[in-house]
Design a protein around this ligand. Structure first.
Ligand code: PLP
Length: 420
């Protein structure tokens, strides 16, 4: 029986969310009528898939293109033509002063975060330990187990603002937000997975100023943001600066299988990420970069985002909220986080008599898979805060039967929990 290292145990022995994902897979494998509202799988949008098919045909038809894509290693920083196309797009669209030296490609945004958190946080050369500050939780569960030296996060609970009869919005609680000596970086996803929150321009400006004043980076996870896939339903100005690390991904526009993440940062950070890519994986997957490059050069990627992907999810979100209103009625108290972007509804049941995990189990027994909300509050020491146990995340990207039926059953189970 081999022993595992501390790091091996940290990364190799599973995680809470890993268990849930396994659960989902097993439930699926067991067959039956499962309503999968758990994962972050983007929808298969036929018009978008048609573009990937067209691009693959163009690649196979152009002499040598397929061979260059499949039979070459790219430099660890990423494909130079892909990076040139991106930096041109950002200069043109947003006026950012970026060049190739500001970019690094990674195998998906997920890997970008593993590199960035461990580049900036953890044990410093002089023995100090530094953490990543999450100015607002709930925050993306995928960050939770990424620290290679144990506890990587410090989180601040949000202010909760009720914005409608059945709607609320989280706000950064700047009174509670403190950047102490041991903070390596501030990190937010915008739009936020799991809540669909989009931090306001004002909140981002304050976080940016705070980071700059402390000489630390602000990491903005733009997996759902502008200019692609632009799954944002409100007005939000994209920002970048020398102290901002912006990450993007080709996943949510519809290429998760290509594993393509993008880091836009100060050359020192971008260079370090490229170095980490070479150490860990020699180079990055080429295919997503080759598929997307001409679409970025021509601007077609903006058209796909704005005219197809965004309207598709705007409608999915609207319908899901309508079904919630229909199914839940007024028989128990509930709020939906204001749906400002991303692929999820975040439901809050104040005073819910059972834990989020118990609700998850009961829903699973009824063939509905969601993610219990408590998993998204990592980095927060106050276990007594009841709100952590009163929320769930459901994905609205699936077909009508799954989403509508799932919502009906969620309503039934919450009603039952109150009736017990
Ligand atoms: N960041 C956020 C907020 C996400 O929701 C996801 C995926 O769900 C990722 C990053 C990572 O995505 P990928 O590694 O596919 O780019």
């Amino acid at each position: 029986d081999f022993e595992f290292s501390k790091l091996g145990l940290e990364l190799g022995s599973g995680s809470g969310i890993g268990e849930l994902m396994k659960d989902l897979g097993e439930a699926l494998a067991a067959g039956g009528d499962i309503r999968m509202l758990g994962g972050g799988q983007p929808a298969h949008i036929p018009e978008v898939n048609a573009i990937w098919r067209r691009r693959m045909e163009e690649i196979t038809e152009e002499p040598g293109a397929l061979e260059r894509m499949l039979a070459n290693y790219d430099p660890p920083q990423g494909n130079p033509r892909f990076i040139e196309a991106l930096s041109t797009l950002f200069r043109r669209e947003f006026g950012w002063k970026v060049g190739s030296e500001n970019f690094a490609v990674t195998p998906g945004g997920q890997t970008a975060f593993f590199f960035l958190f461990n580049l900036l946080g953890g044990e410093m050369p002089d023995g100090r330990r530094k953490k990543i500050l999450l100015p607002l939780v709930p925050e993306y569960i995928g960050y939770a187990n990424q620290g290679t030296c144990g506890d990587m996060f410090r989180a601040v609970p949000p202010k909760i603002e009720k914005t409608g009869e059945h709607e609320f919005k989280y706000r950064v609680d700047f009174d509670k937000l403190e950047v102490t000596e041991d903070i390596a970086a501030i990190c937010v996803s915008r739009p936020t997975n799991p809540t669909g929150n989009v931090l306001t321009d004002g909140e981002i400006a304050r976080l940016s100023d705070l980071a700059k004043a402390h000489g630390i980076p602000l990491i903005i996870d733009n997996a759902y943001g502008a200019p692609f896939p632009n799954v944002i339903f409100t007005e939000a100005t994209p920002v970048w600066d020398e102290h901002i690390i912006l990450t993007l991904s080709l996943s949510k526009i519809g290429l998760p299988g290509t594993r393509t993440g993008i880091v836009v940062a100060h050359p020192k950070v971008a260079g370090a990420v490229a170095s980490m890519s070479s150490v860990v994986g020699l180079s990055n997957p080429n295919i997503g970069q080759v598929i997307a490059r001409p679409l970025i050069e021509s601007g077609e990627i903006l058209k796909i985002s704005n005219e197809t992907v965004k309207p598709f999810y705007v409608e999915k979100s609207r319908m899901a909220r309508e079904w919630v209103a229909e199914s839940f009625g007024d028989s128990f108290e509930y709020y939906i986080h204001r749906s400002e972007g991303a692929l999820f509804l975040w439901l809050w049941f104040p005073g819910l008599p059972i834990s989020a995990r118990e609700l998850y189990e009961r829903l699973k027994a009824r063939g509905v898979l969601i993610v219990p909300g408590n998993y998204f509050f990592f980095g927060l020491e106050d276990e007594s805060w009841r709100h952590r146990q009163e929320c769930l995340r459901m994905t609205f990207t699936m077909d009508e039967d799954a989403v509508k039926g799932g919502i009906r059953i969620i309503g039934e189970e919450v009603r039952k929990a109150w009736a017990e």
